[in-house]
Design a binder for this molecule. Structure first.
Ligand code: SF4
Length: 606
């Protein structure tokens, strides 16, 4: 019985019905898609599903999303005796020895490995000998995952990562950040002797899987590539092959990177093949070993754990190119040029999902069943819509206005259109009280509109974090973000149980930018589906998911109401409406109509 493992004593509308459907479907299906809106309580449903066939691994996108799952697991373990759970995220973020958290995870992992193998990490030694019950006690009595990590090192003197991994191996349910579920190598760091086929997987925010690069990619700056040359000279006294190769790649990246668009560079022009990758990895390992040895002769374990070697990240990123489903791209962010290695074939995602005994893909905006079957090539897929099963719909608490004068279409972009957008945004800001989330298709588009506003509010940049925003946020004002980013999909502004976001303005259809990465994706998708269908998935489906994710940040509970502005006439097109799935209430043909409609909604609905 799924209800037996439901963390709460009562059900929200639709939860019991969805669990019943899941139980029935799981007898014949391996992949289940669950469309569950905000407020449905999908975490509890995910846990009850995973507990039908434990062990289960529940993937969350960011560390911040671990604690809510732990809260439900704690409730479940109080209700059902003997349920054991754990959580895992990056070892470097948990390491008590690390004084510099800016180290790349791959780079840190080698430091950790050296310290473990040489017996120099006392925390590791302790984590091998402590009892699982002691870790379990700390987890059960900690407020959140951050406190739990601190207490394991402070009270038990043990390594949090390896202690929690130890607990995970005897647990029914484990919460882990994405990489531990999607990367076989990282999965093995928790479960060295188990196979994913023994696990049920619960994937939260599963709309992410439409973009393979959001899960399988690595970025390195030209600065990092050049500092790896210096490291080779400093620690090895030079290595002509590596130095020439690094310089050649750095120059190529600088030449090709012009703006934020990704431009492909082929392996041959970079001089990358299996032999060169093998050589780079050997060099990186040797540099790292010598750097750590040098530090250890002075005796500081903490310095050794924190020692950064750029060459490690560079070599491991380039090593991704051994897989023909990855490609190299360049782009420019401000003055810095970057090399990005990304998966361009969805089979990397399907391979990871197929490895599990069963997979539940949960999202407020999941991709369609056809997409999972035709693009990911997965069979035996079932689709469950929680709203059809009786869940409350947040969309019923939204008033939607479409502005037909606005569009972010490339051929219509220019000073006049940016000015128009800024006037609509200022009009909205002056009429609606509370936070207004303005969502743009790109940084460039956002900059052009924002610079025309007399009052700007908070403007996202590439380094922005949700914590920065929440700290600097006021109860009234504008937040400008880019669609598909961590702010537009992760921001949660709630006070006394009510959402502070009173309006979401989608300032242009957030199509993915047309660049070589998208071209490569399309090329691979066209091998599976006709051109028109591939185009529809890449552009219409992706932009609708991005828009709906941002819109979903406004109404977080039944007491919230929000005004949604679809600021692009292309949202009226049949193809877009099919995916967007919210009813357009009114259409404003000009700013005068817009102001009066917004006023009407502000006075009578919000
Ligand atoms: S405490 Fe030791 S074993 Fe644990 S992550 Fe840090 S270096 Fe590695």
């Amino acid at each position: 019985m799924a209800e037996e493992f439901f963390p709460h004593t009562s059900f929200r509308p639709g939860q019991r019905e969805v669990l019943k459907r899941i139980r029935e479907e799981l007898t014949s299906t391996r992949i289940l898609i669950l469309r569950a809106p905000t407020g449905f309580g999908k975490t509890a449903v995910g846990i009850a599903t995973g507990m039908m066939k434990p062990p289960a691994i529940h993937s969350v996108r960011t560390r911040n999303e671990i604690t809510p799952v732990l809260r439900d697991l704690k409730k479940l373990s109080k209700r059902v005796r003997g349920v054991r759970y754990s959580f895992i995220h990056s070892a470097h973020a948990m390491c008590p020895l690390l004084s510099d958290k800016r180290i790349d995870p791959e780079d840190f992992w080698l430091n950790c490995q050296i310290l473990r193998e040489t017996g120099l990490c006392s925390y590791y030694a302790k984590s091998l000998s402590i009892a699982e019950e002691d870790i379990e006690d700390i987890l059960a009595t900690s407020e959140n995952h951050v406190e739990c990590v601190k207490r394991i090192s402070r009270e038990l003197g043990a390594c949090p990562f390896f202690s929690l991994a130890k607990l995970a191996r005897s647990s029914d349910y484990v919460v882990a950040t994405y990489p531990y579920v999607f990367s076989r190598d990282l999965f093995s760091t928790i479960y060295p002797d188990e196979d994913p086929s023994e696990f049920s997987a619960i994937i939260d925010e599963a709309h992410m899987i439409i973009d393979p690069s959001s899960i399988f990619s690595s970025e390195i700056s030209v600065v990092k590539i050049r500092s790896s040359i210096n490291e080779v000279r400093e620690y090895l006294g030079g290595d002509p092959f590596t130095e020439d190769l690094m310089e050649r790649i750095a120059k190529l990246v600088e030449e090709r990177a012009r703006d934020e668009k990704l431009r492909r560079i082929d392996r041959a022009s970079m001089g990358i093949d299996s032999d060169s990758i093998e050589h780079l990895i050997d060099v990186a390992l040797e540099v790292k070993k010598r750097a750590i040895d040098r530090i250890l002769t002075r005796g500081s374990i903490s310095d050794a754990a924190s020692k950064r070697i750029s060459m490690v990240k560079v070599a491991l990123s380039l090593a991704l190119l051994e897989d023909s489903r990855f490609e190299a791209f360049t782009c420019k962010d401000g003055q810095s040029a970057w090399l990005k290695i990304s998966a361009v074939d969805h089979s990397v995602v399907s391979e990871a999902l197929q490895a599990y005994r069963s997979t539940l893909l949960m999202s407020g905006t999941p991709p369609s069943k056809e997409y999972i079957e035709r693009i990911l090539g997965l069979g035996g897929v079932s689709y469950i819509d929680a709203m059809e099963a009786g869940a409350w719909s947040p969309y019923s608490n939204m008033a939607v206005i479409l502005t037909s004068q606005l569009t972010s279409r490339y051929i219509e972009r220019g000073d006049a259109m940016y000015q128009l957008y800024s006037e609509y945004i200022e009009a909205l800001d002056s009429i609606v009280k509370g936070v207004k989330l303005i969502v743009y298709p790109s940084y460039n588009f956002m900059r052009n509109v924002v610079e025309r506003l007399s009052w700007r509010g908070y403007v996202e940049d590439r380094g922005s974090t949700i914590d920065d925003l929440e700290e600097g946020m006021r109860a009234n004002g504008l937040i400008h973000v880019v669609a598909g980013g961590k702010l537009s999909e992760g921001i949660e502004l709630v006070e006394n149980g009510r959402s502070l976001i009173k309006s979401v303005f989608i300032a242009g259809v957030p199509y993915p930018q047309r660049d070589d990465y998208v071209e490569e994706l399309l090329k691979n998708m066209r091998r599976k589906v006709p051109d028109r269908e591939a185009w529809d998935y890449i552009y219409n489906m992706t932009s609708s998911i991005r828009a709906m994710q941002a819109i979903g940040r406004s109404v977080r509970s039944e007491g919230d109401r929000a005004l949604i502005i679809l600021g692009d006439r292309r949202f009226m097109a049949q193809d877009m409406r099919r995916y967007i799935g919210i009813r357009i209430g009114r259409i404003a043909r000009n700013i005068v109509e817009f102001k009066s409609l917004v006023k009407l909604v502000a006075e009578n609905f919000l």
